[in-house]
Design a protein around this ligand. Structure first.
Ligand code: CU
Length: 238
């Protein structure tokens, strides 16, 4: 780069940095053999639920680990951040399909709408188990709600952060899902590729937290300046 170009480049970076925010990107890896999943055998005893499985019971998916250790269903967030944009965010959706929740791990912001659907031709009973009193109160009306076959959607919204709030079905004792509530838009949940992106983070120093329901929690310190930052997490068998 010649001198004029480099001065221009520095000038442009300088001009942008005053207003820019950056993304935090990374990959979460599980190193080693994940614990074996459990086979949900009772699902076959229910004629309607069992019909979806042709005699082969599904398993739990507590550890979503890919061939190269890509670790899914890990929630990565910036600790102690606020400024939830949940009220204006698109609703999150959880479905009940073939007598399982899908997804089983979900993250929403405070104030964001969560819609629970029933796509099955069977009755489900959605039963929430909040550990935070404010979240219990905010959802009193539907905290233990029957949902008819292909019945009307149930709607929820949470007011305080909470980790892995348990949803269960009282009709089908194998049905569980866990919803994590965060208080800012600075979060991401890893997909099957183990990757996460936390977008538009204002410059500053943060503690970044990776949470997995079974594998636990890991934290790292991170500083965001005016460019994207990469940070990775590795979990191992306990
Ligand atoms: Cu059910």
């Amino acid at each position: 780069m010649n001198k004029i170009l480099s001065i221009l480049a520095v000038g442009m970076v300088g001009a942008c940095s005053a207003v820019s925010a950056a993304d935090i990107i990374g990959t979460v890896t599980y190193k080693g053999a994940a614990p074996a999943e459990k086979t949900i055998t009772p699902i076959l005893d229910d004629p309607t639920c069992g019909a979806s499985y042709n005699g082969k019971a599904p398993t739990t998916h507590f550890y979503a680990v890919g061939a190269n250790g890509e670790f899914g269903d890990v929630i990565v967030s910036l600790k102690d951040t606020t400024g939830s944009t949940g009220a204006s965010a698109a609703p999150a959706v959880m479905d009940q399909k073939a007598c399982l929740y899908t997804p089983t791990i979900l993250t929403v912001q405070t104030g964001q709408k969560l819609i629970v659907k029933n796509s099955d031709p069977v009755l489900h009973n959605v039963h929430l188990n909040p550990t935070v009193a404010e979240n219990e109160k905010a959802n009193e009306a539907s905290i233990n709600a029957a949902q008819m076959p292909n019945g009307a959607d149930l709607n929820y919204s949470f007011v305080k952060p909470e980790k892995f709030l348990k949803f269960q079905c009282d009709v089908h004792p194998w049905m569980f899902a866990w919803v994590t509530i965060v208080d800012s838009p600075y979060y991401s949940q890893t997909g099957a590729d183990g990757k996460f992106v936390i977008k538009n983070v204002p410059p500053g120093k943060y503690t970044i937290v990776a949470n997995h329901r079974k594998a636990g929690e890991k934290t790292q310190d991170i500083e965001v300046k005016d460019a994207s930052v990469t940070i990775n997490f590795t979990f191992e068998p306990k």
